[in-house]
Design a protein around this ligand. Structure first.
Ligand SMILES: C[S@@+](CC[C@H](N)C(=O)[O-])C[C@H]1O[C@@H](n2cnc3c(N)ncnc32)[C@H](O)[C@@H]1O
Length: 273
């Protein structure tokens, strides 16, 4: 069946946003405790959920700069309404190489971005240099795939279909590839951060209309796999198979009209001495 769904970046905002990333944003921003007037960098901002949440809290006396490598995500971000009194500057760039001025920011936020960077240590050194003395970074990084109830079961099924297309299990579970708290602490220390605190937290992901979950999820995620961009019909075949094979999993995590499952993440805060 040909898909009439929005683009992957739009699906991210519409589907993953309310289901997963908005609830997590509220937790991360509270953990980071932004103050009025602070200058904030949101690294790997995606469609801007964190930037839009934090901007009214720092107000027009502060500023928010939001960076992402993917222009399609930034295009969706730019289309969203900005809260009153908020200032957000969107920048396209790779967190590993982006030019940032020294002492440009009081707070860096990075929600589920670090695990995707080609060199997370280099990105952390770069943002460390952009923070004022006493500045801080607050990050959210998912725990490992083995702790991700529903997504662990989905990954087993998806992997069988994606392996012939050259997508390995490790590629597939990249969002959960930096799940070890000690590893995160070592990365932050190596970049020069001090007073590092890593805490575990689990959000409750919730999606309406469970029967539509698999297709929407794959559109926001697997649709960007190069083999599917070249051959959209192959994507539809893939989604049909995943929908069929995950039906029992989806039913097990559903109550009435709601699919619900926990997603454990690590939250880290670290300071510039
Ligand atoms: C799971 S999304 C998180 C988006 C957003 N922080 C949120 O919480 O909704 C991961 C984001 O990381 C971005 N990303 C991946 N590698 C990047 C890099 N090297 N530099 C900047 N952004 C990157 C992707 O384009 C994507 O928007």
């Amino acid at each position: 069946m040909a898909s009439q769904l929005p683009s992957p970046a739009e699906m991210y905002e519409l589907f993953y946003g309310p289901g997963i990333f908005q609830p997590l944003t509220a937790v991360l921003v509270e953990f980071a405790a932004p103050k009025l007037g602070e200058r904030v960098l949101d690294v790997a901002c995606g469609t801007g959920l964190v930037a839009r949440h934090v901007a009214p809290l720092v107000g027009a006396a502060g500023k928010v700069v939001a960076v992402d490598i993917n222009p399609a995500m930034l295009a969706v971000a730019r289309k969203q309404p900005i809260p009153d009194g908020a200032v957000i500057e969107w920048r396209e760039g790779d967190a590993v190489t982006i030019d940032l001025s020294a002492d440009e920011f009081d707070l860096v936020l990075c929600q589920q971005g670090l695990q995707f960077f080609s060199d997370p240590a280099a990105a952390l050194r770069r943002v460390h240099a952009s923070l004022v003395p006493g500045g801080r970074i607050a990050l959210a990084v998912w725990q490992g795939i083995e702790r991700q109830s529903l997504f662990a079961e989905f990954a087993e099924i998806e992997a069988r279909h994606l392996a012939p297309l050259g997508v390995s299990y490790d590629d597939l579970v990249a969002p959960f590839s930096l799940g070890d708290a000690d590893h995160l602490r070592v990365l932050l220390e190596g970049a020069g951060f001090a007073q590092i605190e890593v805490v575990a937290h689990a959000i409750n992901a919730r999606f309406p209309s469970p029967e539509t979950f698999a297709r929407k999820m794959e559109t926001a995620y697997a649709a960007v796999i190069p083999a599917f961009i070249e051959d959209p019909a192959a994507f539809d075949t893939f989604v049909d198979a995943v929908e069929r094979e995950t039906r029992e999993v989806v039913q097990r995590y559903s109550r009435g009209d709601t699919l619900s499952f926990t997603m454990p993440t690590n939250l880290a805060v670290a300071h510039v001495a």
